[in-house]
Design a protein around this ligand. Structure first.
Ligand SMILES: Cc1ncc(COP(=O)(O)O)c(C=O)c1O
Length: 295
């Protein structure tokens, strides 16, 4: 777990809480009824904070967590500022509180980036498809299954990462009952065929990643067409290259995909990090640098 640099809290309720406290009966702890965002901080500035807070508000609305009166933007900016000139991760968390009339608690945690990111980016990840046992289109049309909601109920996602690692891979990619490719437990998935980049559409119930949206914006400037739709794990394995995207990992190459127990791992393309991942990673960093120079 990355070292925590700073914790700031509001509440329960809009007042600052110092030191930060969380009620042991908070429904986020007891039932996973909380929402969160993980934001990249580049040299003390949160990247695409507005998009993250908009998604947080949508997630909170799905869980009926009231956010009225909470100045999350100020909370986030203050916590991010504690990074000084360093890059870091900022988590903004809102919990349901103790229920019936209990106020929402909000807090921000600034933490160091994981150590292994650049080593992983250089070598690329091995992923294994694991079923989420859902029909993606039914899930997307069933609000109680919380499609596209970033809640604190990530135990399934973490268990999938452990299952992938137990199979000798770095990471999982979830598939639907019909073999539809969905997303990784904490990242969106992409692959390239020629000059076209493919990524699953949000109407499969995946999380609409903030980084995913940035890459959809940046790709055409770098000569790549983008297509969102419903695809399968086979498409990933047969691609010229593949990568994941997230605020934490930015653009992370995928170099091999696991099959069933008998078929082992298959290289994606030439089995090395590919040119689209490299170009988009550089473009993402350039967009972050622009944000800094824009003040
Ligand atoms: C399930 C899931 N999909 C995708 C993502 C990537 O989203 P973002 O680019 O906003 O970090 C995340 C981020 O944590 C996630 O948890």
């Amino acid at each position: 777990v990355a070292r925590v640099l700073k914790v700031l809290a509001l509440g329960p309720g809009p007042a600052a809480a110092d030191p930060p406290t969380l009620d042991p009966a908070d429904l986020a702890l007891l039932r996973g009824e909380g929402v969160f965002e993980t934001v990249r901080v580049y040299r003390g500035r949160p990247f695409r904070l507005g998009a993250h807070l908009a998604r947080l508000a949508a997630s909170a609305s799905a869980l009926e967590i009231p956010l009225g009166g909470l100045d999350l933007e100020r909370l986030a900016a203050r916590a991010a500022g504690a990074a000084g000139e360093c890059d870091a991760l900022l988590r903004v968390v809102c919990t349901k509180g103790v229920g019936d009339g209990g106020a929402t608690a909000a807090y921000a945690v600034l933490a160091e980036l994981p150590d292994e990111l650049e080593e992983q980016r250089a070598r690329g990840l091995v992923v294994v498809p694991l079923t989420l046992a859902v029909d993606p289109l039914v899930r997307a049309a069933s609000p109680w299954l919380l499609p596209g909601v970033k809640s604190t109920s990530y135990a399934v996602n973490m268990a999938a990462q452990r299952a992938a690692q137990a199979r000798g891979a770095d990471e999982a990619v979830f598939t639907g009952l019909g073999g539809e490719l969905l997303e990784a437990p904490t990242a969106n998935v992409w692959w390239r065929s020629g000059r076209t980049l493919f990524t699953p559409a949000p109407d499969t119930g995946i999380l609409a990643g903030v980084t995913r949206a940035v890459l959809l914006e940046l790709a055409p400037e770098h000569g790549y067409r983008t297509v969102e739709g419903v695809f399968t794990a086979e498409d990933l394995a047969a691609a010229d290259e593949a990568f994941l995207s997230s605020s934490v990992r930015e653009v992370m190459p995928v170099v091999a995909v696991g099959g069933d127990a008998t078929s082992g791992f298959r290289p994606v393309g030439d089995g090395r990090p590919g040119p689209a991942a490299r170009a988009l990673q550089a473009a993402l960093r350039a967009a972050a640098a622009e944000l800094r120079s824009a003040g």
